[in-house]
Unconditional design. Structure first.
Length: 706
């Protein structure tokens, strides 16, 4: 027993010793939650004599499951082989392989991946006579299944058009997709969970058998569970649950994937009498970094109270750089990293993929090796390659590869059969594909769409030699409906921002270099080639979005683009829960840093082709000034430095005194936290009562934080 507990702090020991009944472990960033779970499973085996075959541990990724298994094997030896450690989907596959016939699955059912789904959807769209891409329909299917809401509920809330077709037509695509899966003996990943729930609800005897195999259940990252995973967990846990969930509502950042933070916030309501254990000792970050993190996250109302306590006292101050514009921000990051050296332990984190372009450019100029995580190089992204293809065809219509890339991008009713016939004609006559397109009237029965496409190309060919790259790409966007098509895709917002970044890159190039569209495309080709690593560098600076950084840690972190409309993102400003998720995202970024943290923002950034003044993020204003050290363009050596400016607090008599995050007391509702303020109204979260919208003038609110 001593070797199980001696290396753990008191809170971790309490979690390990917990035996029967429900328990919630609120595990702060860097608090050793995986270590705690592993030791708890070992405790059940050694001290409580639980059989390995009665323990289930659920994680969110195969990598996390593999790491947990490996650690358990080292701790408990051969017994680890009988433990059930898996993801939700892997656990469901195991159950359905054994009992799937009860819900109509054949023993040899196959699981369709993303490519298989796209292929099936393309066939359905073709059979339906719809010239549309599968992306928007896959997004629709994922939403319906991840929320477990059913097609009828989705249709009541859905916009009138999906993927460019009426939602009733999209609903028929969904039905045919489902029947197509069944006809081919296939399921998709979402079906794995839904069919397991159906199995448990319709066949209690099967559920009873599985519960015998999962008497003690652990669920990691519980704050990231969606409604379907939540329901599956409740079914497995049963009436007398030995369920331990581990997570941190302050790190719930996947609402866009339908994760529901209320699953962890309401755990004690779902399981009355549940034991709540807080892991607050942080083994990752310095005291200086944690002070900033705590100051930020305490402003959220949707959370479970906890304060991260450092095990590493002191530390370098958190540095703040105020850049005049986005390009200077990237230059600062590159200079500071070059000065620091030791690239392997450095990460640059940002809110959107589009922000990576300037960072990549400046780091490579400084000869700093780069590793881009979670995204392809900027000029290799699909929507960027599509737009560049228009430019290449306009300059060289004999470029059949790029011509075929854009012929139905965005969809314009020219199907693969038509293209195949025109390609065959080009081969027979020894002409280019473009010439075959011009002769469409002689080759196909209904040439109207092809003729309209040729007319578009003719106009773009003229523009290619009369305008610069910015005007050319703007013309493509205007005449093709390119942006409208992207908006309907699952990750459309990111792709739209990448298009905006391409226009910005073209504008920068025109100002700095100048020249024709052809010259710009040559420059891009050389830049894109430089993006291709000859070999993965052993030491490289890691570039990634904040979402991709969750679960990782680095000695040095640069957190860039801390501006309104970036972080918090412009799409999050209309809903309180979305705004709080953006604050959690900032918190996650801060807590990735072990020893050194840089925060930066630009006072000017281009938005949709216009240079605009950008405000510092409201989250920066929530950090006490004495916790930040502002630095100049060349780091600590630059003196003097202007103090970080914040607006002066308004007199308390003004209705606009509240910004969000203030602690207040109401004569009737008691103490609460302001989560939003607009005009003369505030929205306050009162524990046990929920959100209340109040008129400041008449509410009689008393501020508790001065």
């Amino acid at each position: 027993m001593s070797d199980l507990l001696s290396s753990l702090n008191p809170s971790q020991q309490e979690a390990v010793r917990h035996f029967e009944g429900p328990a919630l472990v609120v595990a702060g960033a860097g608090s050793g939650k995986t270590r705690t779970v592993v030791h708890r499973i070992a405790y059940l085996l050694r001290e409580r004599r639980v059989y390995p075959a009665e323990i289930l541990a659920v994680t969110f990724t195969n990598k996390a499951a593999g790491e947990m298994k490996e650690r358990l094997e080292k701790m408990v030896g051969p017994a680890a082989k009988d433990l059930w450690v898996s993801t939700f989907h892997s656990a469901s596959v195991r159950i359905l392989r054994a009992y799937g016939e009860h819900v109509g699955l054949k023993p040899g059912f196959v699981i369709y991946d993303d490519d298989d789904q796209n292929t099936l959807l393309k066939e359905i769209l073709k059979d339906q006579g719809l010239e549309a891409k599968p992306g928007p329909f896959r997004a629709m299917i994922d939403r319906i299944k991840n929320r477990g809401e059913g097609l009828a509920t989705f249709l009541r809330e859905a916009p009138d058009f999906i993927g460019g077709v009426p939602k009733e037509v999209a609903a028929e695509v969904f039905r045919k997709y489902q029947s197509g899966l069944r006809m081919q003996g296939a399921v998709d990943f979402n079906d794995l969970l839904l069919l397991t729930i159906e199995l448990f609800e319709q066949h209690p005897a099967v559920l009873h058998k599985v519960r015998q195999r999962a008497r003690f259940i652990h669920v990691d990252e519980y704050q990231d569970t969606n409604p379907v995973q939540y329901k599956l967990t409740r079914l497995l846990a049963g009436e007398k649950p030995n369920l331990m969930v581990v997570g941190d509502p302050d790190q719930s950042i996947y609402g866009f994937r339908n994760a529901d933070i209320h699953n962890i916030l309401d755990f004690s309501k779902d399981y009355p009498g549940a034991k709540v254990i807080r892991l607050e000792e942080n083994y990752r970050s310095s005291q200086a970094i944690l002070q900033v993190a705590n100051a930020v996250i305490e402003k959220n109302a949707l959370r479970l109270e906890k304060v991260l306590r450092p095990t590493k006292a002191g530390g370098e101050p958190v540095r703040l750089y105020r850049a005049p514009n986005a390009r200077e921000e990237a230059a600062f990051v590159a200079r500071e990293i070059a000065r620091l050296g030791g690239y392997q332990g450095i990460a640059v984190l940002y809110r959107t993929n589009a922000q990576s372009r300037l960072l990549e450019e400046h780091l490579r100029r400084a000869q700093v090796p780069v590793r881009l995580i979670g995204a392809v190089g900027f000029f290799e992204r699909r929507e960027i390659k599509d737009l560049l293809a228009y430019g290449r065809v306009a300059i060289n219509p004999a470029d059949s590869i790029n011509l075929r890339r854009i012929v139905n991008t965005p969809p314009r009713g020219i199907g693969p059969t038509t293209v195949a016939r025109l390609l065959e004609h080009a081969q027979k006559t020894g002409t280019t594909v473009y010439e075959a397109f011009r002769a469409a009237e002689q080759v196909i029965n209904r040439p109207q769409q092809v003729q309209a496409f040729v007319q578009l190309l003719d106009e773009l060919m003229e523009a290619a030699f009369e305008t610069g790259p910015v005007a050319f790409f703007e013309r493509v966007l205007e005449q093709t409906g390119f942006l409208e098509a992207l908006k309907e895709e699952q990750d459309g917002e990111d792709r739209l921002q990448n298009v905006e970044e391409l226009l910005r890159a073209a504008r920068d190039w025109e100002e700095e270099e100048g020249g024709s569209l052809s010259d710009f495309l040559d420059s891009v080709a050389l830049t894109a080639k430089a993006e291709e690593p000859q070999q993965a560098p052993e030491e490289a600076v890691t570039l990634m979005t904040l979402h991709n950084a969750k679960g990782l840690e680095f000695p040095t972190v640069f957190l860039v683009g801390l501006e309104e409309n970036l972080l918090p993102h412009r799409n999050s400003l209309n809903r309180l829960e979305d705004l709080e998720e953006e604050r959690r995202l900032f918190y996650v970024g801060i807590t990735r840093a072990q020893d050194r943290l840089y925060l930066s923002y630009a006072e000017e950034r281009e938005t949709y082709g216009k240079r605009e003044f950008s405000r510092p993020s409201r989250f920066l204003e929530e950090i006490p000034p004495d916790l930040l050290k502002e630095v100049g363009a060349f780091g600590d050596s630059a003196v003097p430095v202007l103090p970080y400016s914040r607006p002066e607090p308004r007199p308390k008599t003004q209705l606009s005194e509240f910004k969000g995050g203030e602690k207040v007391r109401h004569p009737k509702f008691g103490s609460g936290t302001v989560v939003a303020a607009m005009g003369g109204e505030v929205t306050v979260m009162f524990p046990g009562l929920g959100l209340k919208k109040l008129a400041v003038k008449f509410a009689g609110l008393e501020r508790l934080d001065g």
